[in-house]
Each structure stands twice: as C-alpha cells, then as structure tokens.
Write a protein that binds this ligand. Structure first.
Ligand code: GDP
Ligand code: GDP
Length: 435
C-alpha cells in the first residue's frame, strides 16, 4: 500500500516541473497507451521498491489573481489533512516572497512531516542562497533541487520514502473492501444510498483512523463487505465539496484502502480523461476493477448500443480489457446487485491461489508449444512456474535467460493465464526469474 505525498507552494516555484521529474520513469509510456497524457496531477512513484502517490496541488488551482491566495490556503489546509507527507517548494532565485510566508504560516501549525525544497538550484553556486529559507521556520533541513536537471531529486526521494510508513498491505479482517469511485455526479452517492439507505439495520459504521478512509459494513442479500467511503459521499462537506483536489485526494485514499473498485462512468458522456486517470490509478495500485456505465436509462437504445459502448470503453482501457462492464441505472435500481455480484467474483479472482501442479501442467504445455523466440541463437527455456504468496496475483517464471523474454511474450503468457484460470477484473504481475 502506498502513501500520499503532496507538493505545495505558491505558483511558479516549479511544482509541476518537480512533479513531472519525480513521476517520469516508465510511467509516461504506460499512461500514453491508456490515453492518459495531459491533465495528470497525480501519479504513482516507485523509488527503490517503495511506492507512494504524488499529487501536485498546484494543478488544481483555478481562478483569478484575487482569489488566488485564498485558493492556495485551502489547498494547503486540505493537503495537510489528507496527505501523509508534504513537500514544500520554494524558489531559490527569488528568496522568500509574501506568498511563501503565508504558505509557511499555514504549514507551521500542521502536525505533519514537511520536506522543504529549494528549487531551481541549477548549479552549486546557488546553494548558499538557500539558507534564507531557514527563516521560514519550517525545517532545519533544506533539499537543494533542480527540477529541470533532476539534480538533488534522488536525495529528496530517499528522504520521502524514509519518512513513509510501511503500511500493512491488506486488511485486518477478511472482508472485501469496496471503493466506489468516479467523477462528480456520476451517481456514487445515489448508489451508496441505494445500498445502505434501504435499511439502516444492514449497515454498521466502522470508525477508521484518520488516515484510513471511513468504511461501512454492508451485510444484506447475501453480501458481506466493507464500503469504503470516498468522504463527501454521504455527508458532503460543504466547504470542500467543489474542490476537485479534495475529491481526488479522497479517491486516491479510497482506492488504496480497497480490494476492489467500482469505477462509475456516465453513459451520457462516455469515458473521459478524468475517468482514465482514475482507471490508471486503480491499475497501478493493482486493485480489482468493475466498471459501471451508469444512467443507462438516459440513453436511447438500439440493438447494438450496449455492445458498441462496451467496445469503445475496452478500447480505451487496452491492454487491460479483461474487466466486467455493467450497464446500470442506479435511480431505477437496475442491475445494482448484478454489479455487486461481479465485485465479489473479482475479489475472489484477486485472492485466488492456483495450485503449483495445475499451473505447471497447463502453462508448461502452452510454453512448449509456443516457446519464447530465441535471441542471438540462444534458446530460452522456461522450466517452472509458480504463483507467489503476494496479495495480488503474481507469477514467477523460472528460466535460463530471463532477460531475453520481452514484453510481447509476457503479454502472451498473461493472456494464457487469464484464459485458463479466470482473473477477470484483476491486474496480474509476471516476473521472469533465473533458474
Ligand atoms: P508551478 O506553478 O509551481 O507548478 O511551477 P512550474 O513547474 O510551472 O514552473 C514555473 C517556471 O519555473 C517554469 O518556467 C519552469 O520551467 C521553471 N522551473 C521549474 N523548475 C526549475 C528549475 O529547477 N530550474 C530553473 N531554472 N527553472 C525551473
Ligand atoms: P455523485 O456526485 O457521484 O455522488 O453523484 P450523485 O449520486 O449525487 O448523482 C448525481 C445526479 O445524478 C443526481 O441528480 C442523481 O439523481 C442522478 N443520477 C444518479 N444515478 C442516476 C441514474 O442511474 N439515472 C439517472 N437518470 N440519474 C441518475
């Protein structure tokens, strides 16, 4: 499970440049294939095997100059409440400005770890200029960074992961944890209310720690699960409800706390960039997924409407297309239980362990008939397959030359695993290991 790290600071200090620098890696490529390119203000960072979600608060600031200060203040307050760690960026070329001071005033009262980053330190001669920032009273440690060249970012990332807790990966009990996520207005609260509003006796509120999302135990109609609240779902917090930034933070938290996510999209609008961003986050966190196309009642339907819709969605989600897609009308109570049944199936797929003997019997046979292509005259022999005892389905293929097995063959193996063992709705991981 990862943690949330928020980048805060006034405009133009280089927050988004730093964000891009820290999240770049392979991710950009992955995102491109799933149609996520621009408008991305949050992403998963992997540093020495530790993961965290990084969010650029600046990306969510809108409005004219006069409301700027107020907006920034709000974002910082939310970042303090919602994030596990804060990166406060200042600009060495300008020293301390009024706005920096104001951000610092809010941060100083917070009981959160703050890393102070002096950005635009493009050469060592600027390092002494950073000492002015001790005056902010935030930290006696300053990270000198050049987001443009990347210098200093390694030390910063080391410090970030050193300060993050190793959160326990999974649940304290064995209940399925379901997060209902999606853009504003897709029908999340209607769904939640439809489920738990019917009969208060079938729900128990489970108080989470402040870091956990609040969840509600739902036991009815044969289901027993925890519904993770994307806060603002049931009781909408007035001051925060309009802030996209706030809902994004809660969404990230809910995804992280879940086993399976119900991603709701609007039938009338189809799949949009924001939907894809959430989709990609679910995927990167390796959570189970069921897609609901809601408000299906508003669509004029012809024979193939649903099929075409489904095809369009799968195309956007490619290559992760092995996902249930259900057409619902929450307000008409159509196919809601069908959706929950799919959720349960996906959960079972995610926790299932394939016996090693069965796995080898099936996969080695397939591999023998379709071996990986030889590289530089060397034959690659996969000798053994096992599912690792991890929380999400992960398979190790033991072979003589693991480095020569390329993406297309790995995809082939993944497809064969899916065909033979049913991992619908679940991201799976493959590792090639030396044996
Ligand atoms: P934000 O408003 O805080 O997100 O700031 P941006 O990331 O948009 O950066 C503002 C300006 O500062 C841009 O012109 C960047 O190219 C520039 N910038 C960002 N980081 C650095 C850096 O490390 N060195 C230099 N010289 N310029 C930078
Ligand atoms: P949230 O912001 O995702 O929690 O969305 P809400 O549950 O507040 O729903 C937003 C609006 O869409 C409300 O007016 C709902 O009544 C409406 N709505 C939700 N589900 C459906 C549906 O299946 N069909 C139709 N026609 N309207 C819906």
């Amino acid at each position: 499970m990862s943690n949330i790290v928020a980048i805060v600071g006034r405009p133009n200090v280089g927050k988004s440049t730093l964000f891009n620098r820290l999240t770049e890696s392979r991710q950009a490529i992955v995102d491109e294939s799933s149609g996520v390119t621009r408008d991305r203000h949050y992403g998963l960072v992997d540093w020495n095997g530790r993961q965290f979600t990084l969010i650029d608060t600046g990306g969510y600031i809108k409005g004219s100059d006069d409301i700027f200060e107020d907006e920034i203040r709000k974002q910082v307050i939310i970042a303090i409440e919602e994030a596990d760690l804060i990166i406060f960026v200042v600009d060495v070329t300008l020293g301390i400005t009024d706005l920096d001071q104001q951000v610092a005033n809010v941060l100083r009262r917070a009981n959160k770890k703050i890393l102070l980053v002096s950005n635009k330190v493009d050469n060592t001669s600027r390092i002494p200029d950073s000492s002015v920032f001790y005056g902010l009273g935030i930290s006696d440690e300053i990270y000198n960074v050049s987001s443009v060249s990347g210098s200093g970012t390694g030390e910063l990332l080391d410090e970030v992961v050193n300060n993050l807790e190793e959160k326990p990966e999974e649940n304290d009990d064995d209940l399925l944890r379901l997060a209902i996520v999606g853009r504003p207005n897709v029908g999340k609260s209607s769904l939640l209310n439809g489920l738990i509003g019917v009969d208060r006796n079938i729900v128990t509120n489970i108080a989470g720690t402040t870091r956990d999302a609040i969840s509600t135990r739902y036991t009815a109609y044969g289901f027993d699960m925890k519904l993770i609240d994307t806060a603002g779902l049931r009781k909408k917090v007035k001051v925060n409800e309009d802030l996209e930034f706030y809902s994004v933070m809660r969404t990230i938290r809910a995804i992280e706390n879940s086993d399976v996510c119900l991603l709701m999209i609007e039938a009338t609008e189809g799949i949009m960039t924001q939907d894809m961003n959430i989709f990609s986050l679910i995927l990167k966190n390796k959570k189970g997924l069921v897609v609901l196309v809601n408000k299906w009642d508003l669509i004029d339907k012809e024979t193939n409407t649903a099929k075409e819709f489904e095809a369009a969605i799968r195309q956007r989600m490619s290559p992760f297309t092995d996902v249930p897609i259900i057409f619902t009308s929450v307000t008409n109570k159509q196919r809601i239980f069908k959706a929950l049944e799919e959720v349960v199936k996906v959960y079972e797929n995610r926790v299932k362990k394939i016996p090693t003997s069965k796995l080898n019997e099936v996969m080695l046979d397939i591999i023998t008939r379709n071996p990986p292509p030889a590289v530089k005259g060397k034959y690659i022999k996969i000798k053994f397959v096992s599912q690792l005892p991890t929380h999400t389905p992960t398979f190790a293929f033991y072979c003589n030359l693991p480095q020569y097995i390329k993406e297309p063959y790995k995809r082939f193996l993944e497809n064969k695993l899916r065909e033979n063992f049913d991992f619908t709705g679940v991201p799976i991981q493959l590792f090639m290991r030396k044996k």
